[in-house]
Design a protein around this ligand. Structure first.
Ligand SMILES: NC(=O)c1ccc[n+]([C@@H]2O[C@H](COP(=O)([O-])OP(=O)(O)OC[C@H]3O[C@@H](n4cnc5c(N)ncnc54)[C@H](O)[C@@H]3O)[C@@H](O)[C@H]2O)c1
Length: 325
């Protein structure tokens, strides 16, 4: 069902994180009253400076596993649930973290949503729910969904929980499956890894995996936020699902070249580690990912930047930030 994204009371979880902080600013700009919750485990207060300029923003520092959600949800009609542990790599060494931070937190939140005034839920899911697909670009109705990472599994479980709570307790949801999102305030991705290593040692770059590395689609956070607004306002189903990404892919070698170029370096020697399980950077890393964005295009959204443009802009934004983040 179409969601109203203006003049409402909204809860954003993960409001101090990368994507959550950008969405919070957009919701405030659209005239909503926003309550943001974050435990600052990965998010930063500095990322909320733009939001803090609005009198209609309230920040609650707290952990979603223990905070009084009834109080936080008082009068809230729309919940944007962006808090999560998004680190795919972690799953192989710590199998519990995605269960707790993603599934358990979502369950706890849904229980309270079902009792309160909540009508609508926006949830950022991920391309990793598809696993390694036989169809590329992968459309939203692709199946079966067989995630190869515990992170992907946890987000798919969240999707299922949200869908079932919506149908059981008469709420609406829009689930977005993101490609890799890049841009200012991101704190953990391949671009940071490369920029950090090159700052420490500008002549040499260790790259996880086998040359030329995985081949994936990247989308800039500004495009991603626009896509979420368009998708929610034009949703048709009680639980609607949209992919968000760009229409092309970049391999890891190309990303390394872009970071090297943008940092003004020359003659950098790449040292590929060889990777695991057939050249992947880490266990659970999908090798080839491109999402079909035709469904969002059919309701009026198209990415302004392709993967290369999004990556190049993000590199400039990240290396231009004072802390290097
Ligand atoms: N960045 C991407 O490329 C990408 C791709 C697909 C999906 N997503 C999803 O988008 C959402 C945002 O991702 P991001 O990249 O902005 O990550 P992020 O780590 O920057 O943001 C997550 C925020 O949630 C907060 N948080 C985590 N656990 C919490 C808890 N228990 N209680 C309160 N706050 C908590 C963190 O402090 C952080 O500010 C996540 O749900 C992630 O799974 C991200």
């Amino acid at each position: 069902m179409p969601m109203k994204l203006r003049g409402r009371k909204v809860l954003v979880t993960g409001c101090a994180g990368f994507i959550g902080s950008h969405l919070t600013e957009e919701l405030l700009r659209l005239g909503n009253q926003v309550v943001g919750v974050d435990n600052l485990s990965a998010g930063r207060k500095a990322f909320m400076e733009g939001a803090m300029e609005y009198g209609s923003f309230t920040f609650v520092e707290g952990d979603l596993l223990s905070i009084d959600l009834k109080h936080v949800l008082m009068g809230v009609e729309l919940v944007c649930h962006f808090a999560a542990n998004p680190d795919v790599r972690l799953g192989a060494s710590n199998t519990r973290v995605h269960f707790e931070q993603n599934i358990e937190v979502t369950y706890r939140l849904l229980e309270e949503c079902a009792k309160g005034d909540v009508l609508d839920i926006i949830f950022p899911s991920t391309s990793t729910v598809y696993g390694e697909t036989k169809v590329i670009p992968t459309p939203e109705d692709y199946g079966p969904l067989v995630p190869i990472s515990i992170y992907g599994a946890s987000k798919l479980a969240c999707e299922a929980l949200i869908a079932s709570y919506c149908h059981t307790f008469d709420m609406n949801a829009v689930l977005y499956r993101f490609a890799n999102v890049v841009g200012p305030r991101s704190t953990h991705n391949v671009l940071h890894d490369f920029a950090r290593k090159l700052r420490e040692e500008p002549s040499y770059l260790e790259i996880l995996g086998a040359e030329p590395g995985t081949n994936k689609s990247y989308v800039h956070v500004s495009d991603c936020v626009d896509a979420m607004v368009v998708g929610a306002e034009r949703a048709k189903e009680q639980v609607d699902i949209y992919n968000i990404g760009s229409r092309d892919r970049l391999n890891v070698k190309r990303i390394a070249d872009i970071v090297v170029e943008e940092m003004g370096l020359q003659d950098v020697k790449y040292n590929w580690t060889g990777g695991v399980k057939g050249g992947r950077g880490w266990v659970g890393d999908v090798k080839d990912m491109l999402l079909s964005v035709d469904k969002l295009a059919s309701v009026g959204w198209s990415p302004r930047l392709n993967s290369e443009q999004a990556m190049r802009r993000a590199v400039r934004e990240i290396i231009g930030q004072p802390s290097g983040h």
